[in-house]
Design a protein. Structure first.
Length: 99
């Protein structure tokens, strides 16, 4: 069973709040999950990230792959990312090429 660390949207229309969850790769975005390991509120200035770093490190050590956004949030929270995952995360965010 491949696991992912990803965001699960909660909150009402136009006021997003996210839970950082560990879920099976096959389950839908807001569907079944294994465990909630944190919260992310992008609407607050500055953005609020509450994360259980121990649980995140545990799941990363056991092969869970974070999504790009979650990997950035883990870096902000001070969680050490495996080298393979850290290489995927671009410093400075995603940048689009000018045409």
């Amino acid at each position: 069973m491949a696991t992912r660390i990803r965001l699960r949207r909660v909150g009402r229309k136009k006021l997003p709040l996210y839970r950082i969850v560990v879920a099976d790769q096959e389950s839908p975005r807001d569907g079944r999950f294994i465990e909630i390991i944190g919260q992310y509120n992008p609407r607050q200035e500055p953005s609020l990230v509450n994360l259980d770093a121990e649980k995140a490190a545990h799941y990363l050590a056991h092969g869970a792959q974070p999504t790009e956004r979650v990997a950035k949030l883990l870096e902000i929270a001070g969680v050490e990312l495996p080298a393979k995952v850290a290489a995927r995360v671009k410093p400075g965010g995603s940048q689009k090429k000018a045409l």
